[in-house]
Structures are given as structure tokens and as C-alpha cells.
Design a protein around this ligand. Structure first.
Ligand SMILES: [Zn+2]
Length: 299
């Protein structure tokens, strides 16, 4: 009896099905959106990415004495309003700081509903991307730039906003909470979602993950896919790193064999990663992006 009780937490953790697919994980579709408390005053918020394949877009928020710190938001005004409402179920305090960790529309497309009085932070590359787009959210004129590292104190909590290198968007920011040892990696880390490379820098993304894995965190939070417990989050960050390397190596093998890109997208063998969410749509995009980098066309 005693043994059974002691084993229970391990068993629960081992039973988590490692997938970005809510159904395969044993959840109901209506379990999302949801707020997950990961530490005292630290939460993630997950809502579905738009599209046929169901997986989550994941944000992090931290409640402090002086207001709420938010990293990323959702893809539409309705969904980001859901995020704001979820925050205000936890605290009446206003949102004071927002980090644009990913500039992509699925993380910024609902920003128009965020209330006034927020200080925004962004990497210069992402600012240029958002300003250059015909549609979508535009950064405010007083947005603050983070090129390398910026330490922010809000309500007695320290946040380190980090640029670990160009990865999924080119302006990828991460947020490290040194006291809580939590690292929110946004789209530098896709939990069981196939490496999505439409706007990526493949070899630099690997280096960004090298840096991420060296940061002393207990919990690593992905920008897509579920919030995991600490041990699983660390293993899955490493697994994602391996997946990215595998995909780059496979595309590189085809490139070096002289296989034309239109053939390579059909010949690529993704092994175990072929079952990951978005493999069907993102596999060919990844091959083309790696070919672009190897042929010197990616700057
Ligand atoms: Zn995204």
C-alpha cells in the first residue's frame, strides 16, 4: 500500500502521452482553452492554433504585485480576449508588460484587444517584420527593443528577456525567470510539433537550442504544444532538439546526393518524426528551407 502511494506520482508522469494532439493525449477537445498553474504566480495559457490539425498555442503569464507580465498571445482578437479574461479570473491587476517572443500572426494576431498601458518588448528583426507586413498587428511607436538581453523587474520579480539566436522567426525572444528557474522559449521550442521552417534559420536554430539547453531551468515552456511537468519538459526540449537536427540532417543528405528539391520533398524519410503534428505540411517546407540555406540563399 505504502509503495503504491509513493509510486503514484511517477506513474502519473510516465503515463503522459507525449504528443501535441489532445485526443491522442487522452483529453477532450473541450479541455482547451485552459490555464495551467506551473509555479506560484506563474501560469501558461493554451488555446488551439487555427487549422485542421488540433494543437495548442501556448503563452506564459506571471502575476506580480505591480501587475501582470505576459509572454506572447493568441492568433485572433477573440482568442486573445479569452487569454485576457483568463488572466483576470486569476487577478484583477492590469497587464503591464508584454513580450513579443514570436512575431507570427498566431501569436500576435489578437494583440489589438490588449488593453492600453502596456509596455511592449520585441527583437529588432521582429519589429521590422511586423512593420513590413501588409496585414496584422503593428507594434506601437514606443515599443522597447531587445537585441541580446534585457532584465526587467516588475513587482519584485526578475525577468530576463533573451535573444538566443535566429530560430523559428528570426527575432525569437525567450523569457527566463531566474528565481523560479522557468524558461519560456516561445517558438524556439515546439513540443512534439514538427520543425516548422517557413521563416526559419535551420542551423542557427540548432545553436539557439544548444544555448537553451544550457540555461539552468527546471521547467521549459514551448510556444506550441502542451505545458509539461518539469522533468518531461526538459526531456521533450532535448527531444525537439534531436528532431530538428534529424530533419536538417535528412534534408542535407538529399541535398548532398544531388537530389532536386522537388524530388527531395517526396523522398525525405522523417522516421519517428513523421508522426508528429504538422509533419505532412511542414516536412516539404523544411526540405526547401534547408536547401535554401545550403545553397547560400538564406541571409
Ligand atoms: Zn506559431
Amino acid at each position: 500500500m505504502r509503495l503504491a502511494i509513493l509510486l503514484l506520482p511517477c506513474l502519473l508522469s510516465a503515463q503522459v502521452v507525449r504528443t501535441a494532439d489532445p485526443i491522442k493525449r487522452g483529453m477532450k477537445l473541450t479541455d482547451i482553452p485552459r490555464t495551467v498553474k506551473v509555479a506560484e504566480n506563474v501560469y501558461t495559457y493554451e488555446d488551439y492554433h487555427s487549422g485542421a490539425e488540433k494543437f495548442t498555442t501556448t503563452n506564459m503569464f506571471v502575476v506580480t504585485n505591480d501587475g501582470v507580465f505576459l509572454a506572447d498571445a493568441q492568433g485572433s482578437p477573440e482568442q486573445t480576449q479569452g487569454l485576457v479574461d483568463a488572466i483576470h479570473k486569476i487577478t484583477p491587476k492590469p497587464i503591464k508588460v508584454v513580450i513579443i517572443a514570436s512575431d507570427h500572426g498566431d501569436h500576435t494576431g489578437g494583440n489589438s484587444v490588449l488593453p492600453p498601458g502596456i509596455t511592449y518588448y520585441i527583437h529588432p528583426n521582429s519589429k521590422a517584420i511586423l512593420e513590413g507586413q501588409a496585414r496584422g498587428w503593428k507594434p506601437p511607436a514606443d515599443i522597447k527593443l531587445v537585441s541580446d538581453k534585457e532584465t526587467i523587474h516588475l513587482g519584485g520579480v526578475e525577468f530576463q528577456v533573451l535573444f538566443l539566436g535566429r530560430a523559428h522567426t528570426g527575432g525569437d525572444l525567450s523569457v527566463y525567470l531566474p528565481k523560479q528557474k522557468i524558461l519560456f522559449l516561445s517558438e524556439t521550442y515546439l513540443n512534439r510539433v514538427f520543425p516548422a521552417m517557413r521563416s526559419a534559420y535551420p542551423s542557427e536554430w540548432l545553436k539557439a537550442l544548444d544555448r537553451a539547453e544550457k540555461i539552468d531551468a527546471n521547467l521549459y515552456i514551448a510556444g506550441h504544444g502542451f505545458t509539461e511537468d518539469a522533468a518531461v519538459s526538459k526531456e521533450e526540449l532535448h527531444e525537439y532538439h534531436k528532431a530538428l537536427k534529424y530533419v536538417i540532417d535528412e534534408a542535407t543528405r538529399l541535398y548532398q546526393a544531388g537530389v532536386p528539391v522537388d524530388q527531395a520533398v517526396k523522398q525525405a524519410n522523417w522516421g519517428e518524426y513523421g508522426s508528429w503534428t504538422l509533419a505532412g505540411s511542414q516536412g516539404p517546407i523544411a526540405v526547401r528551407k534547408v536547401y535554401e540555406e545550403l545553397s547560400g540563399k538564406l541571409h
